[in-house]
Design a protein around this ligand. Structure first.
Ligand SMILES: [Zn+2]
Length: 345
């Protein structure tokens, strides 16, 4: 369970009650929701620990309902969490977020894996509870590809490397207008190796890293929408390759930012979908090199499918690229506000 709920041990003896009272008092002062004794109700099955959805509802003071035969919805005044039963899709305030493991039924209860709750759902719902030590000074934008590496190429010969450089500069303009310090890993159309992108970000003292890309589904013209990738959780498969290439058990340096990655990913996906009105393909998990080696919280955003004629038109149009940039900038601003709020608590 999350750090609020990892307090089960304190119930073991009366001599340990005092730290618990101090913790509860701290939580009340901070205005955080109380876990409502959620820790006592976790379920262990085949060596994995799960949290019942009813338990999560209780910890956030949410009502629970089933809007469809394959959905469970948790809702309070501020937030709505929806789960696809038997699947890995969840919606956090309407934004699709892929869980590492499906919501399953154990002993008549719908449950999510503890790790998904701790490192994905909870930091997305309560980012301010996890970001007190996150930096907020320098944003590094990383336009993907460049030079000899064109990236995806659209049917009308639009190059990903040029689209994402233009979008990155527009994001920079918008953030600079809000007084935020922004650096780019490349300013021109030239090649940079993946590891050099992360080294540059470290040298720039990046507090958050956003790699900007455009997608392609090859000859399939129908696939469309926006995806934001964050680093896969250790021991869990990625959403795109199901672990191919990088063993799911490996812990990467980027894993120390799991909480912030989840918070940043959700903010960017939500704002990008809102700004563009394009399809929400969700916050996903991957072990891309720039996510593994990033020196700070990091996401890789796939802003559009160049292989889809409508989205190709969006990126050809300067207004379309400006909207994409606004979505990314708004997501970054929302995350920075989460960090500021966390530091005040
Ligand atoms: Zn790319």
């Amino acid at each position: 369970m999350n750090k609020l709920l990892r307090i089960k041990g304190y119930f073991m003896g009366a001599e340990r009650l005092f730290p618990l009272l101090i913790l509860l008092f701290g939580l009340l002062v901070c205005g955080l929701p109380l876990p409502a004794d959620a820790a006592g109700r976790m379920i262990t099955s085949h060596g994995q620990t799960y949290v019942p959805l009813k338990n999560i509802a209780a910890s956030y003071s949410m009502e629970i309902s089933a809007p469809a035969s394959d959905r469970v919805r948790l809702r309070n005044k501020w937030h709505t969490l929806e789960f696809e039963t038997g699947g890995r899709r969840s919606w956090i305030d309407g934004t699709l977020v892929w869980l590492s493991n499906p919501v399953r039924e154990i002993s008549g209860k719908w449950v999510v894996e503890e790790l998904d709750f701790n490192k994905c759902l909870d930091p997305s719902i309560r980012p301010y509870a996890f970001l007190a030590h996150a930096g907020s000074r320098t944003v590094v934008l990383d336009p993907g590809h460049g030079g000899k590496d064109k990236g995806a190429v659209s049917p009308r010969n639009v190059y990903e490397k040029l689209v994402v450089l233009d979008v990155a500069k527009r994001v920079r303009n918008q953030l600079q207008a809000r007084g935020i310090h922004v650096q780019l890993t490349r300013e021109r159309d030239h090649f940079i190796a993946l590891s050099d992108r992360c080294r540059k970000a470290a040298a720039m003292n990046a507090d958050l890293f956003v790699s900007i890309h455009a997608n392609s589904a090859g000859d399939n013209r129908t696939v469309q929408g926006i995806e934001t990738f964050v680093l896969a959780l250790p021991g869990r498969y990625s959403s795109n390759a199901f672990g191919r290439g990088n063993p799911p058990t490996t812990v990467y340096s980027g894993n120390k930012f799991d909480f912030a990655n989840a918070a940043l990913g959700r903010r960017i996906q939500k704002n990008l979908v809102e700004a563009t009105g394009r399809e929400d393909r969700g916050v996903k998990r991957a072990r891309f090199q720039v996510l593994r080696e990033a020196p700070c919280p990091a996401v890789l955003v796939e802003t559009a499918f160049l292989s889809n004629p409508r989205e190709e038109s969006v990126v050809i149009d300067a207004d379309g690229r400006e909207k994409i940039a606004r979505g990314i900038a708004n997501g970054i601003l929302a995350y920075l506000q989460d960090v500021q709020r966390a530091k005040k608590q």
